[in-house]
Design a protein around this ligand. Structure first.
Ligand code: ATP
Length: 302
């Protein structure tokens, strides 16, 4: 194993499995991190470690990207919110298939039970279709029983809605829209509402691993990593892909997600009675802080 971050992830997962020795359900692990930090890269190496000797575990690796709505429904979401630039295309909460995701995550939790079906189909979303807007394809990935570990990675994994007054405060304190991407407080409020049912997804998690950039204040690393990712992709496919400016515009759309909801991974949310609800992974989640050269700066349990 050559990736230090994978070592931390692996030890955390094995520790969590030990804590629940005898449990029949798979260990469900959320992985969150911003664009380009290496969620896919690292979770694929992690999966390979888990499935290989000496561990020989069975693992399902799911990306929230595969739970985006099909193209026609993404178009409907955009049409239903014509003034909201955050919803003009896939990415933000509100553009995932929450109903299907809930069914998949609940089925994965129960997959090892004798009366469960024993297989779970997970859709595949091809981002290259419809000029890069993407669509769900016919083919699916199938997870089968017995399943030891399910890893669910995504940029907004574990995000909860925030109180309306916090939206107001953060809109002002973050300096409002970034770069080329103007959005209003009202747009964030719509995303906030659309984020509510995602709590059902996170309720299936046993633990969460957060990959966090060492310099969080400016989001510069997120732009740097995502530009590097695009350069790498272009070297492999004959130069097709976004220019650096296009990547910046692309990332701009996700930044409000981190600004407004990023800390909810740690703090949870406030319910309709004003009661603070901690996330299910509270005290049992791992944060790995990643530096500019992708080195592990530190790790903490939170
Ligand atoms: N530790 C690392 N060492 C070297 N390259 C890495 C490392 N982590 C990621 N990369 C490279 O950085 C790019 C982005 O990684 P990856 O696609 O895994 O990020 P991601 O967090 O899944 O992003 P997105 O949310 O956009 O899908 C890829 O080209 C990947 O190969």
């Amino acid at each position: 194993m050559t990736e230090p971050a994978v070592g931390f992830m692996l030890r955390h997962i094995l520790g969590c499995r030990k804590q629940r020795a005898g449990a029949t359900s798979p260990l469900v692990v959320g992985v969150q991190g911003p664009q380009g930090i290496g969620k896919s890269f690292l979770t694929e190496i992690l999966r390979d470690e888990l499935i290989s000797p000496p561990l020989n575990l069975s693992v399902a690796l799911i990306s929230l990207d595969d739970l985006y709505l099909p193209h026609s429904e993404l178009a409907r979401v955009a049409d239903d919110h014509p003034h909201n630039p955050l919803l003009q295309g896939r990415g933000l909460p509100g553009t995932h298939d929450v109903t299907l995701g809930t069914k998949i995550l609940n089925s994965l939790r129960r997959i090892n039970e004798p009366d469960a079906e024993g297989t779970v189909s997970i859709p595949i979303f091809d981002k290259s279709l419809h000029s890069g807007r993407g669509d769900r394809i016919e083919r699916a990935t199938v997870a089968s029983r017995p399943l030891d570990v399910a890893i669910i990675e995504g940029w907004c994994t574990g995000f909860y809605p925030i109180p309306p007054e916090t939206i107001e405060e953060r809109y002002v304190s973050s300096g409002g829209p970034r770069h080329s991407f103007p959005y209003r407080k009202e747009d964030v409020s719509e995303i906030n509402e659309l984020l509510r049912p995602y709590a059902g997804w996170w309720s299936t998690f046993d633990t969460l691993i957060q990959l966090s950039p060492s310099d969080k204040s400016s989001f510069d690393l997120v732009y740097k990593w995502r530009i590097e990712q695009e350069h790498f992709m272009k070297t492999r496919n004959g130069g097709r892909g976004m220019t650096d400016d296009q990547v910046v515009s692309f990332v701009d759309r996700y930044i409000p997600g981190y600004v407004f909801f990023g800390d909810t991974i740690e703090n949870g949310y406030t319910d309709e009675h004003g009661q603070a609800i901690p996330p299910p992974w509270k005290g049992n989640a791992l944060r790995i802080v990643i530096g500019a050269e992708r080195e592990v700066v530190r790790s903490v349990i939170f």
